[in-house]
Design a protein around this ligand. Structure first.
Ligand code: PMP
Length: 286
């Protein structure tokens, strides 16, 4: 596959960065993942807004003007043959002369990297045949700026691995009695027909998919609320969903070894998943 690195397109296997890159030394950088359907990036504007916000929050100057990202992304999509892709973008605070925690001298160029990987069909594409996944709960061991899409993902990696080792797909995090989100996804529950998701604050990543799901609920009169989800709410939920750009909406049918309702994707999930697929197909001309 073809990657982009600091102004150049080149085969991914030939892309090289220095071990003095602050991304390597400190995980001093941020990233984005943008889904591409039929060669068209999905919700690009929203992803670029979040990218710029992450950069601003870590005081890293944007390496490209907002108007220049779409052309770079389109070129990368074309060079990778279009189709359904997961487009990964990472920006770090560049290569340091010495390993020092403080920012490098002004003018140090950031490292800008992008790649595209093939993306398989998500669960929402087949709402009638999707089986759903198992999840486990884990303590949320992260810092207090989970709203920044930082490449510093060690807690998320440890939590996801715990899920995988337990034969589950995702880890749902609990902090101070509240369920926050998945290791790489946002959390929704359904209670008595109402869709509930935790509010966007410093304790979760504001998901692009999360926002779209709420938009679709609003547009189609599906009752919803942004409100804290307690551990008891989670365990007593009629439905549990996880959302992310690459997996869209995934129903959780088993939590910590216990069936969620009848261990099948619920009716509210099916309804909103259909809305999601219709919206996606329409927007991307599929
Ligand atoms: N929360 C976390 C911790 C994540 O890593 C992700 C996916 N990167 C999400 C939520 C979902 O965000 P999005 O819908 O923008 O992919």
């Amino acid at each position: 596959s073809i990657a982009y690195l600091n102004g150049e397109f080149l085969p991914l296997a030939e892309a090289r960065i220095s071990p003095m890159d602050r991304g390597f030394l400190f995980a001093d950088g941020i990233y984005e993942v943008i889904p591409v359907y039929g060669g068209t990036p999905f919700r690009l504007d929203e992803h670029l807004t979040r990218l710029e916000r992450s950069l601003a929050e870590i005081q890293l100057a944007a390496p490209l003007a907002r108007a220049d990202w779409p052309a770079l992304i389109d070129t990368l999509i074309r060079k990778n043959g279009g189709g359904n892709l997961s487009l990964y973008l990472q920006i770090t605070r560049g290569t340091a002369a010495v390993r020092d925690h403080a920012f490098p001298p002004p003018g140090t160029p950031p490292t800008v990297f992008a790649m595209a990987s093939p993306m398989s069909a998500p669960a929402a594409d087949s709402p009638d045949t999707t089986a759903g996944v198992a999840a486990i709960t884990v303590p949320d061991i992260r810092w207090l700026r989970c709203d920044i899409k930082s490449v510093s993902l060690l807690p998320n990696i440890l939590m996801r691995q715990r899920a995988v080792s337990a034969g589950a797909t995702e880890a749902i995090m609990l902090r101070d009695g509240l369920a926050s989100e998945g290791a790489a996804s946002n959390l929704f529950i359904v209670h008595d027909g109402t869709v509930i998701t935790p509010p966007k604050d410093h304790l979760i990543l504001g998901g692009i998919t999360r926002d779209l799901v709420l938009e679709l609920c609003a547009a189609h009169n599906v009752p919803y609320r942004e409100a804290p989800v307690t551990e008891a709410n989670l365990r007593g939920a009629d439905e549990i969903w996880l959302t992310s750009s690459t997996r869209e909406m995934v129903p959780v049918v088993n939590l910590d070894g216990q069936a969620v309702s009848n261990a099948r994707p619920g009716p509210v999930w099916r309804r909103v998943a259909r809305l999601y697929v219709d919206f996606k197909r329409h927007l991307c001309g599929l």
